[in-house]
Design a protein around this ligand. Structure first.
Ligand SMILES: *Cc1c(COP(=O)(O)O)cnc(C)c1O
Length: 399
């Protein structure tokens, strides 16, 4: 059958891998893309086929929660993006992926260290469900590198990093944290949604389990909900077993949308990056903006770490404004023409969100003097977006 044989990601350029990954002839059956396999029943043609499938349930078509070519193609594509990966499992959402990664490593009596900058639902998971099952969590300063050794406990089983934090954008020294974790036998779990493996190969930085909300840049069009965990060889067997125990799987339609998104992801991400940096630099000169919090700006306190470890920046950053009353903030937000207000990001569209990170912190207080806005810069014209923001800032300042 025509089509690329299984491509080895180490032998081709990144762009080629993004274009060809997952297109195995036995999965595509002569189509260019693997089709959407909507299925609950997988049919065994003979008793011998049934016995063979049951003996190796993860090797082929056995039961759709274990996967079909719709999910395998995306899993294989994602695994190939992370040097050092042993496998990837898809989940129904990014949060489900965070949960599966954690549940695959902890047991009752364990302790988990979580960055104080973490995605808030991860905090709820740790303080609620994990606590109920006898797992304690403490939160650490996201700017701790090797000093994290001081807060390690004999039963610390996992360290959760999110670099940069998706509200406050502290860049973490993951290689230093991983050295401490591994010396103590602990596992490092990274939420790598912001940079994606394209800009941050997490496993190469010392991470064992790399979590992705595919909902964001991989799907890329604000129309899918999907998560994934990519694991190294040490963590892969337990991750796979945990996903099977939890019945974790992804909808074939969403997996297909994500694979489609992956084909253009590098182009989109590079454009998000360029647009966001242009707007961030412009905002830095605006009198109503006291601080632009973007790791690729030299003014960012962790800029050096970002330069060392990342090859690009996402379109998501934050700004702090001069102090203003709430009705001024309402005027700013309510008249926007191009930015929409919402929580999710990573689609083609520009999104704005007022954020209050100080309400979430428990390890290190977060200080700010004026309103803080998180911006996701989409693929619209930079001039239109700047004009939208300029008008919004002017509305906020009119009496
Ligand atoms: C959105 C997001 C998630 C969760 O993804 P969902 O698919 O929306 O559940 C996890 N981590 C980060 C950093 C996110 O931005």
């Amino acid at each position: 059958m025509a089509g690329p044989e299984q491509v080895d990601p180490r032998t081709v350029g990144l762009e080629t891998w993004l274009a060809e990954a997952g297109r195995r002839p036995e999965w595509t059956h002569g189509l260019i893309n693997p089709p959407v396999h909507r299925a609950s029943t997988i049919v065994f043609r003979t008793y011998a086929d049934y016995l063979a499938a049951s003996a190796q349930p993860d090797r082929g078509m056995t039961y759709p929660t274990r996967g079909t070519p719709s999910s395998w193609a995306l899993e294989e594509a994602l695994t190939g993006l992370e040097p050092g990966a042993a496998g990837t499992r898809l989940m129904s959402s990014g949060l489900a992926a965070v949960a599966a990664a954690l549940l695959s490593v902890v047991k009752a009596g364990d302790h988990v260290l979580v960055s104080d900058s973490v995605y808030d639902p991860t905090r709820r998971l740790c303080n609620g469900l994990l606590k109920r099952f006898g797992i304690e969590t403490s939160y650490y300063d996201p700017r701790a590198g090797a000093e994290i050794a001081a807060v390690m406990q004999p039963n610390t089983r996992a360290i959760v990093v999110e670099t940069p934090g998706s509200l406050t954008f502290e860049v973490q020294d993951v290689p230093a944290i991983a050295a401490v974790a591994h010396a103590a036998g602990a596992v490092v779990i990274a939420d790598n949604t912001w940079a994606t493996p394209l800009y941050y190969p997490a496993l190469s930085r010392g991470v064992d389990l790399s979590v992705h909300a595919l909902t964001k840049y991989v799907c890329g069009h604000a129309d899918g909900l999907l998560g994934a965990v990519t694991a190294n060889a040490r963590c892969w067997p337990a991750l796979l077993a945990t996903c099977l125990d939890l019945g974790q799987c992804a909808a074939p339609d969403d997996a297909t949308l994500a694979l489609r998104g992956l084909r253009t992801m590098k182009l989109r991400l590079d454009q998000h990056d360029a647009n966001a940096r242009a707007i961030a630099a412009w905002l830095e000169g605006h009198p109503a903006v006291t601080r632009v919090i973007h790791p690729a700006l030299p003014s960012h306190p962790d800029h050096g770490l970002w330069v060392r470890d990342f090859s690009g920046a996402a379109g998501l950053f934050a700004i702090e404004l001069v102090p203003m009353p709430d009705d001024a903030l309402a005027r700013l937000l309510d008249g926007l023409k191009h930015f929409v207000m919402g929580y999710s990001w990573g689609g083609y569209e520009s999104v704005i969100l007022p954020v209050r990170p100080e309400k979430l912190r428990t390890a290190v207080p977060y200080a700010r003097s004026g309103p803080m806005l998180r911006l996701h810069i989409g693929l619209e014209s930079v001039d239109d977006l700047n004009a939208d923001l300029a008008a919004a800032l002017a509305r906020a300042q009119q009496r």
